[in-house]
Design a protein around this ligand. Structure first.
Ligand SMILES: *Cc1c(COP(=O)(O)O)cnc(C)c1O
Length: 376
């Protein structure tokens, strides 16, 4: 609760990140290596700090979304292999190679373009090929014989990995994951028959690892969410969770003002909350510009002095008002917990997401850049 000198800040536990990594590594066993995903600034936990922890723990691969994200890590001295997963623009190809990033290629014409550039530079470039096995997003939908032909025709680049991504991994009631595995296996088997056997085969992110769906692991697994301590709930008849991870991030905001308001007073934009009785309210130094979902207006809660405190009225851009009538005495400058644990009360990203009608990933990634980050 002590005054941290910030309006709003997150505390990220390096030890939790390391612990979660170890738990996942143990679950993956010897057959599959981990490639932790640190895209989107490590789901806002801070990609440089998180990558340093993971490198220290022995991670040899990291995954990001964009060339920019990879450059940030290289400039911070990260030496692990870095896979760029969410494609790149033609103008980013040179930086990709300059920064020793490993591209995921999503179309056969991109293999040709990369081959040309590599030959011009006199370097050999390793790439991973993404197969659209049925998600209908990034990835090639070409048939195996076309893939084989293209790879043979472009000897300046090396197919180091072949990968896919699942659309409905958490939904055990849907056949989509099995269908995707089947399609992906067909492509891999066909490549193998043609003598093309890439070093890495990878399909899975957090969910298939956390629920022990081994047939979807390949020899490399790309967990993101679980590194940060989250596994989304499953649907259908899922096996029990095979891992226990814990959130690494706590999000706080300072109290700017405390006051007593009379019965009948309106609170915030639109006057959408009317005090049913006299209340003690606190105005917090964080709003939707810091990442508090606007949808928490009049329905979210925070932890103030160890007690749940409801959000009153509309979440504003820079401030949010809460009811602290039932909290122990608090003072201006005290911190309250927007996401995290105080004593035996916890609010995690999953709960916030549920209340706000979104997903936990979006809650974490929504914590904005102006929220200070502190490593503990
Ligand atoms: C984001 C992402 C991941 C990590 O997903 P989590 O659910 O956070 O584990 C893995 N692979 C790809 C292609 C991704 O885009």
């Amino acid at each position: 609760m002590a005054d941290q000198g910030y309006r709003s800040w997150v505390e990220v536990s390096r030890e939790r990140i390391a612990e979660n990594y170890r738990v996942l590594k143990q679950a993956a066993g010897r057959g599959a290596e981990l490639m932790p995903v640190v895209k989107a600034d490590a789901y806002r936990h801070g990609s440089v700090e998180v990558s340093k922890v993971l490198e220290r723990e022995g991670a040899r691969w990291l995954a990001v979304s964009s060339v920019d994200e990879g450059c940030v890590l290289r400039e911070a001295g990260i030496e692990a292999r870095i896979l760029v997963m969410a494609d790149f623009l033609p103008c980013e190809r040179v930086a990709l190679l300059d920064y020793r990033l490993t591209p995921v290629i999503h179309s056969l014409t991109d293999i040709e373009a990369l081959n040309t550039l590599s030959q011009q530079r006199g370097t050999e470039t390793a790439f991973h090929l993404k197969i659209d096995s049925g998600m209908g997003r990034l990835g090639t939908r070409s048939e195996p014989d076309e893939i084989v032909q293209t790879i043979r025709a472009n000897p300046g680049v090396t197919l180091e990995g072949v990968m896919t991504h699942f659309a409905s991994a958490a939904d055990y009631a849907s056949p989509q994951t099995s269908n995707q595995i089947q399609r992906f296996r067909f492509i891999c088997d066909s490549l193998s028959s043609a003598g093309i056997r890439p070093r890495y085969v990878h399909l899975s992110s957090t969910i298939p690892l956390a629920y022990g769906r081994r047939e979807a692991w390949g020899n490399l697994i790309r967990p993101g969410h679980a590194i940060y301590g989250y596994v989304s709930p499953s649907r259908g008849e899922a096996p029990p969770l095979a891992v226990q991870v814990r959130p690494a991030l706590t999000w706080k905001a300072s109290i700017l003002a405390i006051k007593e308001i009379p019965e009948g007073a309106l609170i915030g934009y639109g006057g959408i909350y009317r005090a049913p009785r006299p209340l003690r309210i606190a105005v917090l130094a964080a709003g939707y510009a810091d990442g508090i979902p606007h949808r928490l207006s009049n329905r979210g809660r925070v932890i103030a002095g160890g007690k749940l405190a409801p959000i009153l009225g509309a979440v504003s851009m820079d401030v949010t008002t809460i009811d602290i009538s039932h909290s122990p005495p608090l003072r201006t400058g005290d911190g309250v917990t927007l996401l995290g644990t105080e004593g035996d009360v916890t609010i995690d990203a999953q709960q916030i997401a549920k209340t706000a009608g979104t997903i936990s990933y979006s809650v974490l990634c929504g914590i904005s850049a102006r929220v200070k980050r502190v490593y503990v």
